[in-house]
Design a protein. Structure first.
Length: 240
């Protein structure tokens, strides 16, 4: 919203049951900025755990691609990934260490849907594969704000460490890893999710914290690709 884009939020219950309830103000801001808060569920439907996998198919359907980062064997993100393939959307996975439990789901999914789901090594590859920009060299870095307190207030520990490092002039992924002590996957995740107040959103592009231009014009739709028989229903039976 801070960058002038339209935000769509998809609920796992009725419109009168926002979850968490603290997001009521955010919901109103989304609508006021020209976005939408949508739900397939009727009013008074409580956001029960079993409804979120159904909700996720709408999220994957609205998206050009689904990216799963370090999902465990029973992660609900794999349900969303399965929906993405069933809907003919792109699906990318970024596993961590091969012996880490948090990578088991990604690795299993890549084996099961080889040739459909793809491994992604970083943000530049993702941008190129999705044709988000034609030339990364034209992407301008986000200005680093001088007021540390205004940026760091209210952030979770991981994003706070990343924001502090950015404000100190650390801009490459290697510098952020060395400064914060976070693993590279944690750095990339924090950069992607970090909302630095009035200074906008930091995103990793080509090893730098940069702004990603929005894609111009429509993309050619890709043909639907169905996963192996029986796999989606098995995935959807899991809880979140």
């Amino acid at each position: 919203m801070q960058e002038g884009g339209a935000t769509v939020a998809v609920l796992g219950g009725g419109h009168d049951h926002l979850f968490p309830t603290a997001h009521r103000r955010l919901s109103a801001a989304i609508v006021a900025s020209g976005g939408a808060v949508v739900s397939e569920f009727p009013p008074r439907t409580e956001p029960l755990p079993g409804l979120f996998p159904r909700r996720n198919r709408i999220i994957s359907g609205l998206s050009d691609a689904t990216v799963v980062v370090e999902a465990g064997a029973s992660s609900g993100a794999l349900i969303t990934a399965t929906w993405a393939l069933e809907q003919g959307r792109e699906c990318f996975l970024l596993p961590g260490s091969i012996d880490s439990p948090s990578s088991a789901g990604c690795l299993s999914f890549l084996r099961e849907f080889a040739g459909q789901a793809r491994i992604v090594a970083g943000i530049p590859q993702l941008i190129a594969d999705l044709e988000l920009v034609d030339d990364l060299s034209g992407v301008a870095p986000v200005p680093v704000a001088p007021t540390v307190a205004a940026v760091l207030v209210g952030l979770d520990p991981g994003p706070r460490r990343i924001a502090a490092a950015l404000l100190a002039g650390r801009t490459t992924a290697d510098e952020l890893v060395a400064t914060t002590g976070l693993p590279i996957a944690g750095v990339l995740a924090a950069l992607t999710l970090l909302d630095a107040g009035a200074y906008g959103r930091y995103r990793p592009v080509g090893g730098l914290a940069s702004a990603i231009p929005r894609r111009r014009g429509p993309r050619t739709p890709r043909p639907a690709r169905r996963p192996a028989s029986g796999a989606p229903s098995a995935r959807r039976s899991r809880g979140v």
